[in-house]
Ligand binder design. Sequence first.
Ligand code: HXC
Length: 262
Amino acid sequence: MSYECIITAVHGDGPRKTGLITLNRPKALNALNDQLMDEMGAALQAFDADDGIGCIVLTGSERAFAAGADIPTMLPHTFASAFKSGLISKNWETILKVRKPVIAAVAGFALGGGCELAMMCDFIIAADSAKFGQPEIKLGIVPGAGGTQRLPRAVGKSKAMDMLLTARMMAAAEAESAGLVSRVVPADKLLEEALAAAETINGFSGPSVMLIKELVNLAFQGPLTDGVAVERRYFHALFGSHDQREGMEAFLAKRAPNFEHR
Ligand code: HXC
């Protein structure tokens, strides 16, 4: 499939590779319009369905991961037209349905919907140039893709309120110390680091990887007791897999495991 607002590529040498999606509307700092979101949704679904792909990396440009939802597209809407049309593409939810890990590699601006999109990924690796923010208040609106919900869960109430109410941007170092991003790397090493993290994940057993993603997400969505109970069931269930026996035998034989993702 050919895309206009994103670029897709496949990376890696191992049996399971990494699907790379690069947001590509440079003149608008990767502002997220419906076409981009629909193309991204299609690319995410294609990589998720491809058995040769273990992990997905989502990135933007050096200047911007994404500077938010597309402001000119939003401008003419009324409450009625926004409500009736849904305003933002249904594909804003697609990333949440992907079962393989999605790593956000963020350089430059990640603002508004761009910050929300990064927070929908499983973890964020930031370049030292990254700047996160939810500046919707400056436009007379509020976030519309989870910013008021995911940001406080990531950085706590006080910092989230500060960012959402004052519209200030958070630099990479602050984002790391607040827990919004998992690591900060020099800008020229961003993609390399994200692809290396993906490659590490690709070497592990696919079912373990997908179940860990599902379980960590449960930690954010449900009560602790439910999450722990489901975790125990999946822990038990993996003793029915090939890769459990292989992983443990390999450890004891002091050799690398040969995972078959089953
Ligand atoms: C459309 C955008 C855009 C956006 C930037 N551009 N952000 N176009 N939608 N969100 C365009 C500019 O209009 C400009 O186009 C070009 O990108 C470069 O931007 P500049 O402003 O000239 O660059 P700079 O001075 O470096 O400032 C960068 C910036 C600023 C700080 C990121 O552009 C900015 O504040 N952008 C808006 C950020 C924002 O408010 N985001 C939240 C949107 S609401 P031209 O043609 O003039 O060169 C939102 C709600 C999400 O995301 C709801 C759920 C989906």
